[in-house]
Design a protein around this ligand. Structure first.
Ligand code: NDP
Length: 287
């Protein structure tokens, strides 16, 4: 048996088309395009690439892209003042502060300073609370994208045994809340979990968000399970080149799973698409 591949690239492209159509309707109704402003502090090259591609995707969806690139030594107070100005700017519907921030800045304080109605990363405690209590709010982009892929892959989530590996506030915890809100029976595994293999073997849905290449072994997977691999790990090859791999041993898992996301081309493209969807949602909710 070989699993059906979940095509995150195609799903993300469809979502981006839907967002672009929604933006057109928004412009027609309100005479302005939704705006997403991204703030980058410091010169981490990976973060700079992410910020660049978010800006490009924003413009491609017909929205206004704002960008602030601040020096690494920017005082926290200056960043907080910028966020206050963006909160007050009616043309800005979404604010995203690229993580990680330099060490002298308290990222919790920065996230808490963003207006929850503009918090398109879904990390503000108000949005976290809304998610956990099953009410409407802005949901973190990566787990939101994973949920769409799972829903399309298996249809009904209710009653399924779901295992989320990883408990970060960015991925694992919101993923668990989303699955619980869809009435899955959810287990959350982390670095202190005993016998991860036994948990994986029971799961109809496995979401791996750990950051360790291939740590979920193919032989652990329940036959027919839906496997969502969030991990993005760059590994060195014997020829000196590198390649991206996920947290799941893909070659083993593809033989047992029913559906599986590849890396790259699975969850990754969904994250930016969901950011655009969140920006349109925030703009619509604010009108
Ligand atoms: P974090 O490092 O914040 O969290 C990793 C989690 O994995 C922690 O909860 C940790 O447990 C858990 N963990 C570590 N070791 C083990 C183990 N041996 N067994 C079980 N659990 C373990 O990472 P993120 O959640 O931010 O990201 C996870 C992965 O997803 C990374 O590879 C990242 O690059 C990728 N990612 C991909 C995105 C995409 O768009 N596709 C977006 C965001 C992330 P504990 O809490 O106990 O330390």
């Amino acid at each position: 048996m070989s699993a059906v591949l979940i095509d995150g690239k195609a799903r993300a492209a469809a979502l981006r088309r839907d967002v672009a159509a929604g933006v057109e309707a928004f412009v027609a109704a309100h005479g302005r395009a939704p705006g997403l402003t991204v703030v980058l502090v410091g010169d981490d090259p990976a973060s700079a690439v992410y910020v660049g591609s978010k800006g490009k995707a924003t413009r491609e969806a017909g929205m206004i892209s704002g960008e602030y690139r601040l020096p690494a030594a920017t005082p926290e107070a200056e960043l907080l003042a910028l966020i206050a100005a963006l909160n007050a700017d009616p043309a800005v519907d979404g604010i995203l502060v690229q993580m990680p921030l330099p060490r002298h800045i308290d990222s919790d304080r920065v996230i808490a300073a963003i207006d929850p109605a503009k918090d398109v990363d879904g990390l503000h405690p108000v949005n976290t609370g809304l998610l956990v209590s099953g009410r409407k709010g802005l949901v973190p982009c990566t787990p939101s994208g994973c949920l769409m892929l799972i829903e399309e892959a298996i249809g009904t989530i209710a009653g399924a045994e779901a295992l989320v590996i990883g408990r970060s506030i960015l991925v694992g915890k919101p993923m668990a809340a989303l699955l619980l809100n869809r009435s899955a029976t959810v287990t959350v595994a982390h670095s202190r979990t005993r016998d991860l293999a036994a948990h994986v073997a029971r799961a109809d849905i496995v979401v791996a968000a750990v950051g360790i290449p291939g740590m979920v072994k193919g032989e652990w997977i329940k036959p027919g399970a839906c496997v969502i691999d969030v991990g993005i790990n760059r590994v060195a090859l014997p020829d000196g080149k590198t390649r991206l791999v996920g947290d799941v041993d893909f070659d083993g898992a593809v033989k047992r799973a029913g559906r599986i996301t590849p890396v790259p081309g699975g969850v990754g493209p969904m994250t930016i698409a969901c950011l655009l969807a969140n920006t349109l949602k925030a703009a619509t909710a604010r009108t």
